[in-house]
Design a protein around this ligand. Sequence first.
Ligand SMILES: Cc1cc2nc3c(=O)[nH]c(=O)nc-3n(C[C@H](O)[C@H](O)[C@H](O)COP(=O)(O)OP(=O)(O)OC[C@H]3O[C@@H](n4cnc5c(N)ncnc54)[C@H](O)[C@@H]3O)c2cc1C
Length: 374
Amino acid sequence: MAARWMVEKIFSTKVFGGNASSASGTAETEVQPLVKRDSPQVDGGVWVYIEQNEGRVAEVSWELLGEGAKIAKKLDSRLEAVVIGYDAERIAYDALSYGASKVYLIDDPLMKHYRTWPYAKAFSDLVVSKRPDVLLIGATRNGRDLAGNVATNTHTGLTADCTSLDVEPGTGLMLQIRPTFGGSQLAVIMTPRHKPQMSSVRPGVFPRPPRREGKGEIVRVQVSIREEDIPTKILDYELVERSSIIEESDVVVSGGMGMSSVKNFQLIKDLATSLGGAVGASRKAVESGYADKENQVGQTGKTVRPKVYIAMGISGAIQHLVGMQGSETVFALNIDPDAPIFNSCNYGVIGDALKVMPIMIDEIDKRRSKKEGN
Ligand SMILES: Cc1cc2nc3c(=O)[nH]c(=O)nc-3n(C[C@H](O)[C@H](O)[C@H](O)COP(=O)(O)OP(=O)(O)OC[C@H]3O[C@@H](n4cnc5c(N)ncnc54)[C@H](O)[C@@H]3O)c2cc1C
């Protein structure tokens, strides 16, 4: 079931009267849009934010360029990208080759590492001056943070964590679709009066578009921010291994209730380590405390598209399958020959995970040591 909502009024704010003792001194006002939808100065365009860290681009950015191209086509508009970083020109060229016709490049030493304030300020200033119609940002940790700040600065609505996007014929409004009420309903949300129509989108729900010969324009944008104006300073920096980020890992090893205890779930972690992959889990496994919520795959968890997805002791409920059905190859092991997961895998093994997995881990480790000549 899909419900239709609007996000135009989310910026109603409480304004408190000067007299703290006066409860009646409160009033509710609606913050006016900085850029109205019907404003004649609207430049339009579908923008995608290309998130990068140390030159490594979050995969969701390329996925959004693929989906952004479809939205731009439906709106008879153009696809443009925004890159923020330092020494990031190569990424701007990559954005052209994934389909953007223009890339705004904010390339400055102050932007070397993500910090909320300077990124949000530089991005918001650009949005206000260029007035895109649509702005898409990957719902990564930093992407969520940035999206909320840019939406606040530019007085527009934001639909967070979308799993699907479309355009309403006739009105040309973007339909921003996301699960709600614990995943039991899909909400279709629109931003009819404010610009840009902003969504953050879950990684992994759209495929990466093919690369082509990049054609288009790179526009360098200067920022007027000084280090002394930035309230946060980076004292130390540690890069998290890519394999442990579940949405970006080529291999995901997921465990379900079939692992039967926190202690046995260690086998999932050991197998993931042996294969250089990330740990996933079913919702029941998360609810039973075997894994963290951030490891949950499925409708109310993460969407993953690894090269190899290994499901251990997972029954294959539809809510789990929707989070991993884009995987290239699925391997499932279950003790029950009638488990539904066997209808959704490329390779299936009927067996006891607790007996099979130690043998698998041992064998993989032996082969790796042999290969490495130890
Ligand atoms: C609104 C909503 C949203 C939801 N969102 C999600 C979601 O995001 N992700 C998600 O995963 N679920 C989600 N669920 C829950 C989902 O419906 C299932 O309940 C859940 O996926 C089942 O988890 P499971 O397969 O680990 O457990 P079970 O269904 O209990 O299955 C355990 C499996 O392990 C097998 N098994 C038992 N012992 C062994 C053994 N020794 N070796 C091998 N196999 C063994 C059993 O045969 C069985 O197939 C959602 C449900 C709802 C209603």
